[in-house]
Ligand binder design. Sequence first.
Ligand SMILES: Nc1nc2c(c(=O)[nH]1)N[C@H]1C(S)=C(S)[C@@H](COP(=O)(O)O)O[C@H]1N2
Ligand SMILES: [Mo]
Length: 413
Amino acid sequence: MSLKRSVRREFLKRGAALAGGLGLGAAKPAVGQTPAPGAFIKGTDERVAYGERSQYVTSTRIPHGGRPSPDAFGLDFHIAAPLQDSVGVITPSSLHYVGTTRGSFTPNIDPAEHRLMIHGMVERPLIFTVDELKRLPSVTRMHFIECAGNRANRRHTTVQETHGMTSCAEWTGVLLSTLLNEAGVQEGGNWIVAEGVEEVKGASSIPMSKAMDDCLVCYGMNGEAVRPQQGFPLRLLAPGFEGILSVKWLRRIKVVDQFYMTYSDYGHLRQDADDAALSLQIGPKSVITYPSGGQQLAGRGFYEIKGLAWSGGGAVARVEVSTDGGRNWTDAQIRGTAHRMAHTRFTLNWEWDGSESELMSRCTDELGSVQPMRAQITEYWTQRGQPGRVRGQDNSIQPWRVESDGSVHNAIT
Ligand SMILES: Nc1nc2c(c(=O)[nH]1)N[C@H]1C(S)=C(S)[C@@H](COP(=O)(O)O)O[C@H]1N2
Ligand SMILES: [Mo]
């Protein structure tokens, strides 16, 4: 049933020829294309005043791995985005993953009352209202956020479970360097501690080099105000670094002389020097979202393999795909623009012959760093006396096994 080369080439030139050549939709009548009378969404409907998706589109976020909050107050620790349903690179704000260390705790902040203070080792401590921040020079950038706990294991079924703790949005705000320069950083002010409004502060220690480089104080997300669960009215964004540094409901930035152990730095306590050397920067990573775990292929024939790649090291330079468990690799197509520290879409045309296959993707970033095989990471930890473990960030290659019946499974062993 494999397509003849000429037919395929023709299809790739003209979409209509592809559908015919694939035998998809050829003889099907256009049933369901005309809505029944009364089946329209009314103009006065609230779903129109603030647009809602179709009732037939139902994908949602889910609690990540059923993990409880690390303290006694939280409920679900983190909530994962449905990457298996993603089209394009922007995660809709309603589906952006949520990483809140106090579980379902979401502050309800009146922006008119909110203030951001910059103090500590500065010449001029400053306090901004949200409106004052909006008067300053702004930038708009595409960036992913990823929780350091975004790690796959063999018990996971879907890509939402293995990789759903990352999302990508268009962020608008003021460069943190603009504010720090305005305040005037004193000699020796080598770190900042950024703090949210919660009792536990949601604080993180960030090196001054990063703060001055590309950190953003954001009030905008995907063309509207930052959503409450993403930190309304203000959030810090530390592009490409562990998500926990991107402090939400941001109210205070203190310039300090050293790393401070805050509530949110609990994950950065290291037992040994090797471990401590692991950087805060997210390594090159990618995952195939279609076909992925839990999905079902309809039968042999043509499929476009689709996935997302990203890196804290800058732009994605290359993505390779293997359909035979890593023996052979083919360059995938990068679709759209590979923005720095942003999800980047890749695709590969695939003719599935109906035999068992193992799909993998491998990302290389602009620094030349290459995403490792899972076996390479477990070998590293085995040599350090922790056999079979993946510690620190897990940016290993995700394998999906396609069975001959078309079912797709997580192939981590
Ligand atoms: N104030 C505050 N900021 C916070 C957190 C928090 O609990 N409180 N969680 C952090 C964690 S662990 C992550 S992974 C990211 C998640 O950002 P998101 O919820 O917008 O996806 O926010 C970080 N910023
Ligand atoms: Mo996180």
